[in-house]
Design a binder for this molecule. Structure first.
Ligand SMILES: Cc1cc2nc3c(=O)[nH]c(=O)nc-3n(C[C@H](O)[C@H](O)[C@H](O)COP(=O)(O)O)c2cc1C
Length: 331
């Protein structure tokens, strides 16, 4: 039974652990497992662990993009990273252009497990996928970043919308990444979508305090999905250097494509400064830079790491998931 108006966001790449999702459920919230990047087997293991615990939970999947990447631009970007490869002592891999995050296999696992909710990010799937998930017993939630995306999701027949503002930490869910700069705050976007669509809206983006949660609820959101604040949760799998950089609170955030080829809000560092013109090309650029980022982390160099953070990160504090939920509760 979900009592909290705060949902714990899926955070792919390590921070979302089954322990985080279970702690959210135990504290009356809804937590999401992050299906993105994982192999179907690894995702299936986490889903099974959550099901065995009896907790209700959500599952997030990345929808592969339809747009073919500009391979020449990706080749140029790869060449421009030679200095980074030398700095960190790693070989850059060849471009990998065929990764669809095993979407079909993951949908099959989701249908088998029927979590409370399945949220979709980066795009919209075919209507058959939505209907299969619904028939299995899950509510289907589309993550949208504009009114046009909200309308397309509504037409597809989803049950709910996560409306993500440009102030959100991590990847934007935008389905039109060309020129995306993350300038529209969640509050403004939530109010616009609530006025124009009948679907329940969950607001996301730029939450550091209970007042930020209250502002999104006042704008018409039924619930608020929070990511960055839970990067500092005891149960999260966030890397220690990422936690330290968040706690220091002394950097700006920027929207960058440098690490993955898709716009994402991160703490500004040397890497974001030196690669401001990275092309679009997710997930090819994610694969291209993952060795560099791992080496930077192993060498203790935050200047080469992707430090995802929402615009209000400087307000967040460590604690257990239950404590952070209580701190953010505006009631
Ligand atoms: C480290 C990190 C990883 C994220 N990974 C995902 C993800 O896998 N899927 C997704 O839908 N959203 C992801 N997000 C975005 C969140 O769902 C949410 O929209 C965002 O965190 C809200 O903004 P806030 O960070 O200011 O609270 C991620 C956010 C962060 C900070």
């Amino acid at each position: 039974m979900v009592q909290s108006s705060i949902w714990v966001a899926p955070m792919a790449g390590g921070p979302s652990t089954p322990a985080l999702v279970r702690a959210a459920a135990e504290a009356g919230s809804l937590g999401f497992l992050a299906g993105g990047y994982k192999t179907p087997d690894a995702m299936s293991g986490e889903v099974a662990e959550l099901r065995a615990s009896g907790a209700s939970f959500g599952l997030n999947l990345f929808v592969p993009a339809d747009e073919p990447p500009d391979v020449e631009a990706l080749r140029r970007y790869r060449a421009s990273l030679a200095g980074e490869a030398e700095r960190y002592g790693v070989a850059l891999p060849e471009l990998r252009l065929d990764d669809d995050d095993a979407f079909a296999a993951k949908v099959e696992i989701a249908v088998g497990a029927a979590p409370t909710r399945v949220s979709l990010t980066f795009g919209l799937p075919g209507g058959d996928v939505v209907r299969c998930l619904q028939a299995a017993g899950s509510l289907v939630v589309a993550t949208v970043t504009s009114l046009a995306e909200a309308r397309a999701a509504q037409q597809l027949g989803v049950d709910e919308l996560i409306v993500q503002g440009g102030d959100a930490g991590g990847h934007s869910a935008t389905m039109s990444p060309v020129g995306y700069q993350g300038r529209r705050p969640a509050r403004e976007l939530v109010a616009e979508v609530v006025a124009a669509t009948p679907l329940p809206v969950i607001g996301a983006g730029g939450v550091g305090t209970a007042a930020d949660v209250a502002a999104l609820l006042d704008a018409g959101a039924r619930a608020v999905q929070v990511g960055t604040a839970f990067l500092l949760a005891d149960e999260a799998g966030t890397r220690p250097l990422h936690r330290e950089a968040l706690l220091a609170g002394d950097r700006d955030t920027v929207v960058t494509r440098a690490f993955t080829g898709h716009p994402a809000r991160a703490l500004r560092n040397r890497f974001t400064d030196e690669h401001p013109d990275a092309p679009l090309g997710y997930p090819a650029i994610h694969h291209l830079t993952s060795g560099l980022r791992a080496a930077a982390a192993a060498q203790g160099d935050v200047e080469g790491m992707h430090l995802w953070a929402g615009a209000r990160y400087a307000e967040v504090r460590p604690g257990s998931t239950a404590e952070i939920l209580a701190r953010l509760d505006p009631r």
